[in-house]
Design a protein around this ligand. Sequence first.
Ligand code: GDP
Ligand code: IMO
Ligand code: MG
Length: 430
Amino acid sequence: MNTKSLAIVGTQWGDEGKGKITDYYAAHAEMVVRYQGGNNAGHTIKFDNKEFSLNLLPSGIFNPNITNVLASGTVIDVIQLVKEIKRIEEQGIKDYQLFISDKAHVIFPYHIQMDGMFEDLKTEENKIGTTRKGIGPTYSDKALRDGIRICDLLNAKKLSSKIKDNLAIKNKIFTAFGLKTFTFEEIYQPYYDAGQFLKSKITDTSRLVENFLKANKKVLFEGAQGVMLCLDHGTYPFVTSSSPTSSSIPYNVGISPKLLSNTLGVVKAYSTRVGAGAFPSELQDQMLANDIRIKGNEFGTVTKRPRRIGWFDAVILRHAIRTSGIDFIAVTLLDVLSGLKEIEIVDSYLLEGKKIDFVPSDVEIFEQVEPVTFKMPGWEEDITQVKSFDELPQNAKNYLLKLEEILEVKISTFSVGPDRSQTIEIKEVF
Ligand code: GDP
Ligand code: IMO
Ligand code: MG
């Protein structure tokens, strides 16, 4: 098996434990590449009694031997990135390698204000519930060809003229809506300074990643968000503005698709969603949802919002497997289900009384589907200290085996707690 690269992608609505799983596999990696999204992501990693929350930095940042990359498909709030770098340095991580794509687009304060403005102006039913980090407006400017890239931060003349052009348009819009306008001075200097701070790390990462892969070095691709938040294949418009699928990696990184090997889908043992949008498996029983929320600490890393809770949804998973070419899955937060008498699994939907096994493209139709579930007996035992599949209670084994059977994909890994040591590998994939 060709195992020189492993793409780690979220299969649901984000927060599946991608950071934790990437950190685990980073022990064998020489490079970790974040390929899309920005600081809308929050990846939590725990080891040696320490907890780290990463928004932009790849989860290989703790290992001094790993080359970490922010690829051209990411959008970078450089002010926040500098803060994040200083924060992990204060937490004792001094020896690390980081490279930033010169082609990645920069998030500016006007993008952040516009993100909030769009949300506030929408009618209640159309509000996305974004993280308000400026992600959508930055990717829009990229498509409009109005974006300012990381390489522009290093060119004083170009940066100055592009900021002026952007402000000329954006300030008119803000004035029309009675919002704060931005001066050239308040933007130019801090962004130029951030570019100078990051200068030694800025490079053409497309060639850097290609060189690693061609030299048969082990490369991890760390996705942000999850397939159901994909701009094209998620529940549009209640999605993010990039594609977290592994199919997007070659484009987002600037490498040949032929250089990629396996994809590992990270799967929460149940479902969560932050923000608005259809969620067929959402629990109606608020007491149970609250129990799971508290046990799984299901509060957003970025916005602290309580996450919505649902049963495991196999229809969503098959959609993710199909659109992202998932070879294996890592099942996380299995421990959170301990103590439940019964666990439900959504296996198909009813749409106008007819059984369907796919995700409808129209979100209004998707909102009408009723989940068809079946029940599995739960287990009482605490499983947080389990070190192998064999040590799991029989009903927990049955739950995992059932997931493999209905998804027709093998589980390579499962996780029984937030700590690095609480990850169990069943099958070698990297
Ligand atoms: P990501 O965005 O996919 O990296 O996931 P987040 O870090 O946002 O959310 C996952 C949360 O679950 C974090 O608080 C992790 O520390 C935690 N976590 C990850 N795996 C497990 C697990 O197996 N059990 C428990 N109890 N928590 C886990
Ligand atoms: P990680 O990488 C969960 C959601 C937001 C909102 C929608 C659009 O930690 O899994 P955006 O700010 O991207 O325009 O918001 O996407 N969202 C996430 N939900 N985990 C994430 O990242 C998310 N990143 C964005 O809540 O519904
Ligand atoms: Mg997260």
